[in-house]
Design a protein around this ligand. Structure first.
Ligand code: SF4
Length: 694
C-alpha cells in the first residue's frame, strides 16, 4: 500500500534496476520512503521513469529481507544467527584455512552489476590484495563482456560511444537484439519520440518487438533473423555497403587503419557474404537486407543500439566488432546522432567493468599482466600483486567440479539462478568448502552457502552507479541499512579480518582512490558529482567535465581497427529431436531474475514466465493457449504455460527468466562466446510438447 501523504523531505538518488540509470526523488517521512518521483534534473531521464523504478522501494522493506548474519558448518545444517563480528571472523578464518590447505588460488570473489562502483572496486581489491590472486569476476561476464572486448578491439574503449540524448539527432535508428520499450523503458520512449519525429527504424530481432508498432514517419524494416545468425547478417549488411559504394570514404581514410580496412573490405565483399547467398541462413529475404543496409548507410545520421541479443552468443564478441566495423565504414561514429550503443541490462554493468572486476584487468581496463601497471597498483595498495590473470566465473565452476577451486565470496549476484546450465552450477557450488553470500534476500545461491552476510539496498547506502552512456550518478542513502551495515562496510570488515587493512570512512574516499588509479576517472569526485549532477567518463584533465560523445576526433588507439568477422554457425542447431530454437528476453514490469521486482507491486502485472510459441508450431503439437507445455533441450527440461503469439516466427520460441521455478537456465547450454565466455543464452534447440505436469 502506498502512502500518498506529503513528504517531510526528499533525497535525489538513482534507480537500481536497468542501465538507463534514472534519477529519482525519494520522498520521505522520517526513515520511510512514501513515494519515488522521477527527478526532472536527471540527465539520463529528464523527469521520466518506468513502472519498475517507481515501485522499486517496495523490495527494500519486504519481509524477506535478510537482517542477521548467519553461519553453518555444512549446507545440510540449519542456519545459526550470529553477530557481525562472529560472521566476518568465521568467513575470514575459513578463507585462510582453505588457502592453507588448497593454495592461494583456490579461492575467489564475484561481484555484481547491481552493486555500486565503490562496492565492486572493494571486492576486486579484496581478492587481489587480501587473497593474493586475480580470481575476481562480475556478472557482466554473462551479459556484456563481449561489448567490453569487441569495442576495445575496434574503437579502443570498452564503452558505448554516445549519450542517450544523441538519439534525438538520429535519422535512422537500428536496434539489434534489444527490446528497449520493455528492458530500457525510459530510453525506449525517447526512441519512440524520435521515430515519431521522422527517424526511420530497422529492427534485427527474431521477435516482433513493440518498437515496430510505433508510428513513425520514416520507413520501418524488421529483420526477423534466425537466432544465432547475427554475424551473417552484419556481414551481409556490410557487403551491401561496400559493393554498392555506400561507404564514407573520407571518414575511413582519415580515421581508420588503412591495412585493416582493406583486409576487412575484401572479406565482406566476397560473394559468400552477400545477402543473396546468406538469406536462407539468416531467414530474411535478400532484398530486405539490402534495403536495411541502404537505409542505414544513406540516412545521414545512423545510430546502432544493441542488447543481449548481440552479446549472448558464441560469436557475441565477433558481432560487437561487426557492428563497430559497419559504423566506421559508414562514418557513423564521433558526432551526435550516430554511434555504437550497447544497452546495458543492469544499473551498473558499465561501472562493474570499469572497476576492474575482471580476472585479467585492474580498474580502468588496465592489464594485470603488465608489470608497469601492476607496479602502480602495488604502490597504491601497499601489497605485491599476482601477475597471472585469474579465473572467469564459468572457469571457477569448472575448477570447483575438478576439485581445484574451493571457496567463493559472492556479493549481490544469484549465480545459481542466473548462470546457464543450472545443474552444472549447482554441482560446482555444492562442491565448495566455503561459500560466502552477501545479499539482501536468501536467494537460490544461498542454498549452498556457509556464511550469509545481509547486504543493503540502494536506498540504504551511498555510492555511485555508471549507466549505459558512461554517466556516473550518485546513489544517496535515504534510510539506515536494515541489517546495520552498507555493503562496502562489509567488504572492508572482511578485508581487515583477513589482515589486509582498509580504512575508508565514507564511499567518497573509495571514489577518491578510484580516481587516483583509473585514468578515465581522474577528475571524478563526490564534490564534482554534486556540482554537475552527473559525469560521463572520461573525466580527466583533457575532459574536465566528462564527455557525452566519444571518438569525436580520434580513437584512444589512434585509428579505428576494423576486424574480419567470419561467420561460424553455433554448434547449437536444431535436429529431428529438438526442432525449435528457444531464445530469451525480459518483460516491462520485471527485472532480471526477479529477486527485486517479484517483491514489489510489479508482480501484479506479470506473475509468471510463459513460453511464446507461433500458432502454427502450437497447432502442429496440438497445444492450446494457456496449456502447460514441457520444453526439453539437450541440457534439461522445464514446464511453462504456452502463449500463442504471432510475435514469434515459426520455428522459434521465446521465454523470460524472471521466476526461479520457470527454470529457463535448466534448459540453456554450456556454449559461450569464444573470446569472453559470455553464455549463449539466446540459442537453445528444444522440443515442446503438451504436459500434464501442472
Ligand atoms: Fe529508469 Fe530503468 Fe529504473 Fe525504469 S528500470 S526507472 S527505465 S532506470
Amino acid at each position: 500500500v502506498i502512502d500518498n501523504g506529503q513528504p517531510e523531505h526528499s533525497v535525489i538518488t538513482t534507480c537500481a534496476y536497468c542501465g538507463v540509470g534514472c534519477s529519482f526523488k525519494a520522498e520521505m517521512k522520517g526513515d520511510q520512503v512514501i513515494r519515488m518521483t522521477p527527478w526532472k534534473g536527471g540527465s539520463a531521464n529528464h523527469g521520466h521513469s518506468c513502472v519498475k523504478g517507481r515501485f522499486a522501494f517496495g523490495y527494500a522493506t519486504h519481509k524477506d529481507r535478510l537482517t542477521k548474519p548467519m553461519i553453518r558448518q555444512s549446507i545440510d545444517e540449519p542456519w545459526t544467527e550470529v553477530s557481525w563480528e562472529e560472521a566476518i571472523n568465521f568467513a575470514a578464518r575459513r578463507l585462510r584455512e582453505v588457502q592453507d590447505k588448497h593454495g592461494r588460488k583456490s579461492v575467489g570473489g564475484i561481484t555484481s552489476s547491481r552493486c555500486t562502483n565503490e562496492e565492486t572496486y572493494l571486492v576486486q581489491k579484496l581478492v587481489r590484495a587480501a587473497l593474493g590472486n586475480n580470481n575476481t569476476d562480475t556478472c557482466a561476464r554473462v551479459c556484456h563482456s563481449p561489448t567490453g572486448y569487441g569495442l576495445k578491439m575496434t574503437l579502443g574503449e570498452s564503452a558505448g560511444t554516445q549519450d542517450f540524448d544523441s538519439v534525438m539527432q538520429a535519422d535512422c535508428i537500428m536496434v539489434i537484439g534489444a527490446n528497449p520499450t520493455d528492458a530500457h523503458p525510459v530510453f525506449g520512449s525517447m526512441m519512440r519520440k524520435r521515430l515519431r519525429e521522422g527517424a526511420s527504424l530497422i529492427v534485427a530481432d527474431p521477435r516482433h518487438i513493440d518498437l515496430l508498432e510505433t508510428p513513425h514517419a520514416g520507413e520501418g524494416i524488421h529483420l526477423p533473423i534466425r537466432p544465432g545468425t547475427n554475424v551473417a547478417l552484419i556481414n551481409a549488411l556490410a557487403h551491401v555497403v561496400v559493393t554498392e559504394g555506400l561507404e564514407d570514404e573520407a571518414f575511413v581514410a582519415e580515421r581508420c587503419d588503412p591495412d585493416d580496412y582493406l583486409i576487412w573490405r575484401a572479406f565482406v565483399a566476397e560473394q559468400r557474404n552477400s545477402p543473396e547467398l546468406m538469406a536462407d541462413v539468416i531467414g530474411v529475404p535478400a532484398e530486405t537486407i539490402r534495403r536495411a543496409a541502404r537505409q542505414y548507410a544513406t540516412a545521414g545520421n545512423g545510430a546502432i543500439y544493441y542488447g543481449l541479443g548481440v552479446t549472448e552468443h558464441s560469436q557475441g564478441s565477433t558481432m560487437v566488432m561487426g557492428i563497430a566495423n559497419l559504423a566506421m565504414a559508414t562514418g557513423n561514429i564521433g558526432r551526435p546522432g550516430v554511434g555504437v550503443n550497447p544497452l546495458r541490462g543492469q544499473n551498473n554493468v558499465q561501472g562493474s567493468c570499469d572497476m576492474g572486476s575482471f580476472p585479467h584487468e585492474l580498474p580502468g581496463y588496465q592489464p594485470v599482466n603488465d608489470a608497469g601497471v601492476r607496479g602502480q597498483f602495488e604502490v597504491a595498495w601497499g601489497v605485491s600483486l599476482e601477475a597471472e590473470p585469474g579465473l572467469r566465473i564459468p572457469h571457477m565452476f569448472d575448477a570447483a567440479i575438478a576439485g581445484q577451486f574451493k571457496a567463493m565470496y559472492v556479493q549481490g549476484e544469484d549465480i545459481a539462478q542466473s548462470d546457464p546450465n543450472t545443474q552444472h552450477v549447482e554441482a560446482a557450488l555444492r562442491s565448495l568448502e566455503l561459500l560466502i553470500v552477501q545479499d539482501i534476500f536468501l536467494n537460490e545461491t544461498a542454498k549452498f552457502a556457509h556464511v550469509i552476510l545481509p547486504g543493503s539496498t540502494f536506498l540504504e547506502k551511498n555510492g555511485t552507479f555508471t549507466n549505459a552512456e558512461r554517466r556516473i550518478n550518485r546513489v544517496r542513502k535515504v534510510m539506515p541499512p536494515l541489517a546495520g551495515k552498507e555493503d562496502w562496510e562489509i567488504t572492508m570488515a572482511l578485508a581487515n579480518a583477513l589482515g589486509y587493512p582498509m580504512r575508508y570512512r565514507h564511499p567518497s574516499e573509495i571514489m577518491d582512490e578510484i580516481a587516483s588509479v583509473a585514468p578515465s576517472f581522474a577528475n571524478v569526485s563526490y564534490d564534482k558529482l554534486d556540482e554537475l549532477g552527473s559525469i560521463q567518463w572520461p573525466c580527466n584533465d583533457e575532459h574536465p567535465e566528462g564527455m557525452p560523445v566519444m571518438h569525436t576526433d580520434s580513437f584512444p588507439i589512434g585509428r579505428g581497427r576494423m576486424v574480419v568477422t567470419e561467420f561460424i554457425p553455433t554448434t547449437e542447431q536444431v535436429s529431428e529431436t529438438y526442432p525449435l530454437l528457444l531464445t530469451t528476453g525480459r518483460i516491462l514490469s520485471q527485472y532480471n531474475v526477479g529477486a527485486q521486482t517479484r517483491r514489489t507491486d510489479n508482480n501484479v502485472w506479470h506473475s509468471e514466465d510463459v513460453l511464446e510459441i507461433h500458432p502454427h508450431d502450437a497447432q502442429l503439437r496440438d497445444i492450446a493457449d494457456g496449456q502447460p507445455v514441457t520444453i526439453a533441450s539437450r541440457t534439461g527440461s522445464t514446464v511453462l504455460k504456452a502463449r500463442l503469439s504471432k510475435r514469434m516466427q515459426p520455428g522459434v520460441v521465446y521465454t523470460t527468466f524472471h521466476f526461479p521455478h520457470s527454470g529457463a537456465n535448466v534448459i540453456t547450454t554450456d556454449n559461450s562466446d569464444w573470446a569472453t565466455n559470455c553464455p549463449e543464452y539466446k540459442v537453445t534447440a528444444v522440443q515442446v510438447s503438451g504436459s500434464d505436469a501442472h
